[in-house]
Design a protein around this ligand. Structure first.
Ligand code: UD1
Length: 337
């Protein structure tokens, strides 16, 4: 069964390609290499023994999307990761984000609904909940006004999918990720942030290697136990596996609604200082850090209630924060060696 993975050479995409191939799916990875490297294909091959088909396509080019689906009429599912995801950049360049994250989705949907089976797994984010009133966050928590163009593109993406499903054969699972971290335990694939990492864990691993002087902890005056923000850090391999399960649900036509939403997290919140302590434990070295003022746009706390994913998908995160940090650390050391 042929599955298209857009952003297939990216961080979550590449790990999902591995899990799909492990389950026997034929994968076509689409990527424009804007935030990834062609060498990721070799990493995937070293893990699975197979290179996925690859198409270098920019999904903002409508004609290229049309041509792709004309060529691959036997596609039974699409997992759509390709998107820009830097919050600060989205504030600076909103049109890039709307073009990349919204136009591309529209073009893909326009072609998918012509297929006999239109099954879409969409990468959404816990950012749609903003600062939720209640922790842990359930899927029925309200969607809050987006705090950035990036966050808005995820909300708009979800709405587009609901509207299209209403009037077409589209079936879709919207996966709201909490904080994906880690790397494949083989250290063959992992995260490759461009420039200075904006996210916590790549910044930590680069600091530990001496590429950055020290980590800035954004605020220790939040109303949490140690004053730093709480997030739900989920190992990227657990996350990738959830995509395969969600896809299988659509392929088996086991979904109860045309569009279903699931939170993907571990269900456990960790503070920034707890992440630092866990990293120091797995790496065996002290991490230099300093406390700096809060970063604008950060919510105090976000962690998932994962009951729905556990009960309905039969999926549960198995790997711990320590596992994820250990794999991220192994990966960082390997790519710098
Ligand atoms: C961020 C985005 C989120 C997006 C996700 C994608 C914001 C507000 N949110 O999540 O919408 O889906 O990335 O990757 O940008 N931290 C530090 N020092 C650092 C970096 C981070 O203290 O150098 C802290 C942050 O304040 C936060 C935690 O670490 O409390 C996690 O930050 P990060 O990894 O950037 O993820 P989010 O902000 O949760």
């Amino acid at each position: 069964m042929k599955i298209v993975v857009t952003g297939g050479l990216g961080f979550i995409g590449s790990h999902t390609v591995v899990e799909l191939q492990n389950e026997g799916f034929e994968v076509v990875a689409i990527d424009n290499l804007s935030n990834s490297s062609i060498e990721v294909l070799d990493g995937i091959e070293r893990i699975t023994g197979k290179k996925p088909l690859f198409e270098n396509i920019d999904l903002r080019e409508k004609a290229a999307v049309q041509e792709f689906f004309k060529k691959h009429t036997d596609v039974v599912g699409v997992i759509h990761f390709a998107a820009s995801k830097a919050v600060g950049e989205s504030v600076e360049n909103p049109l890039l984000y709307y073009e990349n994250n919204v136009n591309a989705l529209v073009y893909i949907l326009q072609e998918m609904i012509k297929l006999p089976k239109a099954n879409l797994i969409f990468s959404s984010s816990c950012t749609v909940y903003g600062q939720a009133e209640k922790m842990p966050i359930t899927e029925d928590a309200s969607v809050q006004p987006a705090m950035s163009p990036y966050g808005n593109t995820k909300q708009i993406g979800e709405e587009i999918i609901f509207d299209v499903a209403n009037v077409t054969n589209l079936n879709s699972v919207l996966l709201r990720y909490f904080n994906p971290i880690g790397a494949h335990s083989s250290a063959e694939i992992g995260e490759l942030p461009l420039g200075v990492p904006q996210n916590l864990v790549p910044f930590i691993t680069q600091t530990a290697l001496g590429l950055r002087k020290e980590l800035s902890v954004f605020g220790n005056d939040y109303p949490t136990e140690d004053g730093t923000c709480i997030r739900d850090y989920i190992h990227v391999v657990d996350l990738a596996k959830a995509h395969v399960i969600a896809l299988q649900r659509l392929l088996k036509e086991a979904n109860q609604e045309q569009v279903e939403i699931f939170n993907l997290g571990t269900g456990t919140g960790s503070s920034v200082l707890e992440v630092i302590t866990a990293f120091e434990k797995v790496s065996g070295q002290k991490l230099p850090y300093k406390i700096v003022p809060r970063r604008s746009g950060d919510v105090i706390s976000a962690y998932a209630n994962t009951d729905k994913a556990n009960d309905v998908l039969g999926w549960k995160a198995k790997l711990t924060l320590e596992d994820a940090l250990e794999d991220a650390w192994k990966w960082e050391k390997k790519i710098r060696s």
